[in-house]
Design a binder for this molecule. Structure first.
Ligand code: ADP
Length: 192
């Protein structure tokens, strides 16, 4: 198995690059944001609870997202590998993921950290909000809250994986195709 984490602040391009990478490398895409939005669309109790938190730009509790990822791993063990997008977002989530993967006799191979300036992030998310239908993309206050939450809780995830030398920094300010090509080169190096 080959398992990747795409890491970076909201709006850094994780979702866009994920779509291209899963197609090229035949990986299973696991996005906790997408999983949560499916729960919201299906109006489940979990979805209702999550929506209130997401609309404040805060993080959903660790147990909730870890539970979702654990189920998704169980259901996809035939996959060639996983691409984690928007997960892990806290140190506790990182530790839980390592344990879950260990039970499956696999591990994270590489963490790509997408680096984009804050100004560019806000611009991209507001632009996405015009068509995404995501209420958390339409309001600058919520976007800023998400970026603050990222600095407070999520940036520690990079430090966690740095201790295992798994982090590769990627300049995320270029075009979609430029960044995709850098990611592919890195993955091909890891695979060969
Ligand atoms: P973005 O990366 O653009 O912020 P996501 O779709 O990944 O978008 O996440 C949207 C929201 O869903 C987050 O602001 C947060 O409230 C919630 N969420 C997603 N993934 C997690 C996670 N791993 N832990 C806690 N909350 C999460």
């Amino acid at each position: 198995m080959f398992n990747i984490i795409l890491f970076g602040p909201p709006g850094s391009g994780k979702g866009t690059q994920s779509q291209k990478l899963i197609e090229k490398y035949q990986l299973k895409h696991l996005s906790t944001g997408d999983l949560l939005r499916s729960e919201i669309a299906a109006k489940t109790p979990l979805g209702l609870e999550a929506k209130a938190i997401m609309d404040k730009g805060e993080l959903v509790p660790d147990e909730v997202v870890i539970g979702m990822i654990s189920t998704a791993l169980e259901n996809n063990m035939e996959a060639r590998g996983f691409l984690f997008d928007g997960f892990p977002r806290t140190t506790a989530q990182s530790e839980a993921l390592d344990k879950l993967l260990q039970l499956k006799h696999t591990e994270i191979n590489v963490v790509f950290s997408l680096d984009v300036s804050e100004e560019e992030l806000i611009k991209r998310i507001l632009h996405r909000g015009l068509t995404s239908g995501r209420s958390d993309d339409m309001n600058e206050q919520i976007i800023k809250a998400r970026i603050i939450e990222y600095h407070k809780k999520t940036s520690a995830v990079a430090a966690y994986y740095q201790q295992f030398n798994k982090v590769v920094q990627i300049k995320g300010g270029g075009t979609v195709e430029e960044i995709f090509s850098i990611l592919c080169k890195e993955i091909d190096n890891h695979l060969s």
